[in-house]
Design a protein around this ligand. Structure first.
Ligand SMILES: *Cc1c(COP(=O)(O)O)cnc(C)c1O
Length: 358
């Protein structure tokens, strides 16, 4: 069996130990003679799996009872609408930070439902994060929304905005990558397919005092209060994804938790940025202070070599390094599950490619 070096931006690499355990348990989960996929979400067995996954997620983030954790469907993109529908009325205004392609999409959806104030906007390049003092915040905003890591542009906050309004964050591509002070947030949401598990599951953490503000006419399944009251089981949840995310949480715990993840992620990304900064051959467009530890976009000084770079990388089993079509170039995604050894192979390849082609 060969596991290649997987730099996919999402859906992305899962820990090998998780895949092996899922394989081991696939046909017969704990001697029940059936798989997790084939049992009722209301069964004692599945309720146990669900509760344990939530408990482990809470342990990792140090979550207290002030917060509800929801296991939903629809991706982070459906939460772009759910945020506005649960926290505002049509006549309300909300602050949004526009720092990249994903926050721009969140703004596009929210604009259909309320008045958006772009408190800060780094378009079109999205290579910086201006300090909060330069943001134009609306004192009447129903909430402030930002994207903690821009998966496409490779821009990551290393600070948390401090505001009057409840703080809402799309943490899809850096959740569980480092310790987090959850008490600063009203709502945290994340599609699973970057750091939590396979696509098809969306995790929402919501401070309970924010439940009950939803608009009256919204679909039940978009209403966080309904989903919190039903344990995310108002309808059938994505059971297998929930189970797999639970295995990922256990893996993170076994690896030393979020402190260990943060240390490893810092080391992994540092190796790639060092390689870029040592060269005049690779160029990172992002301001140094807000470079992402999860997604590293870069270009070659000679863009004509990019397709050769990708082709040769592929021959070394370095996969999915092509940059997003919106920005081009190369992008290396280094999520929690990517082994440091894969980063070492990438960096050795980059140095060799530069030496022979630069
Ligand atoms: C991938 C991603 C999304 C979109 O997630 P879907 O599950 O496809 O809806 C939203 N925001 C960020 C930051 C992402 O990385």
């Amino acid at each position: 069996m060969a596991r290649y070096h997987n730099f996919s931006p999402g859906p992305s690499i899962l820990p090998e130990a998780v895949l092996l355990q899922a394989k081991e348990e696939l046909l017969d989960w704990r001697g029940r003679g059936v798989s997790v996929m084939e049992i009722s979400h209301r069964s004692e067995d599945f309720l146990g799996i669900a509760r344990e996954a939530e408990a482990d997620f809470r342990q990792l983030l140090n979550l207290n009872d002030d917060y509800a954790v929801l296991f939903l469907q629809g991706g982070a993109s459906l939460q772009f609408s759910a945020v506005a529908l649960n926290l505002s009325q049509p006549a309300d205004r909300a602050d949004y930070a526009c720092t990249g392609a994903w926050s721009a999409k969140a703004i596009q959806e929210a604009s259909r439902l309320l008045t958006v104030n772009k408190a800060v906007n780094t378009a079109p390049n999205h290579t910086s994060i201006p300090p909060l003092a330069e943001w134009q915040l609306d004192p009447k905003a129903a909430y402030l929304h930002y994207t903690s890591n821009e998966t496409i542009h490779g821009v990551e906050f290393d600070w948390i905005p401090q505001t009057q309004a409840p703080l809402v964050v799309d943490m899809s591509s850096n959740i569980l990558s480092q310790p987090l002070d959850v008490s600063r947030f009203g709502v945290i949401y994340a599609g699973a397919q970057k750091n939590l598990g396979p696509a098809g599951l969306t995790v929402v953490v919501v401070r309970k005092d924010l439940l009950g503000r939803a608009r009256q006419d919204i679909p039940r399944l978009l209403n966080w209060e309904v989903m919190a009251a039903s344990g995310s089981m108002d309808n059938t949840p994505p059971t297998f994804n929930w189970y797999l995310a639970g295995l990922v949480f256990k893996w993170i715990q076994a690896e030393g938790g979020l402190t260990a993840m943060a240390e490893r992620n810092r080391r992994k990304s540092q190796k790639v940025y060092q390689c870029i900064d040592d060269s005049g051959f690779y160029i990172s467009p992002v301001d140094v202070y807000c470079r992402s530890k999860m997604n590293i976009p870069f270009v070659l000084a000679n863009p004509e070599l990019e397709s050769v770079f990708l082709k040769q990388a592929r021959l070394e089993n370095l996969l999915y390094l092509k940059g997003h079509r919106a920005v081009g170039g190369i992008r290396a995604s280094l999520y929690n599950a990517l082994p440091e050894a894969s980063v070492d192979v990438l960096v050795a390849f980059m140095r060799h490619f530069e030496a022979t082609r630069g």
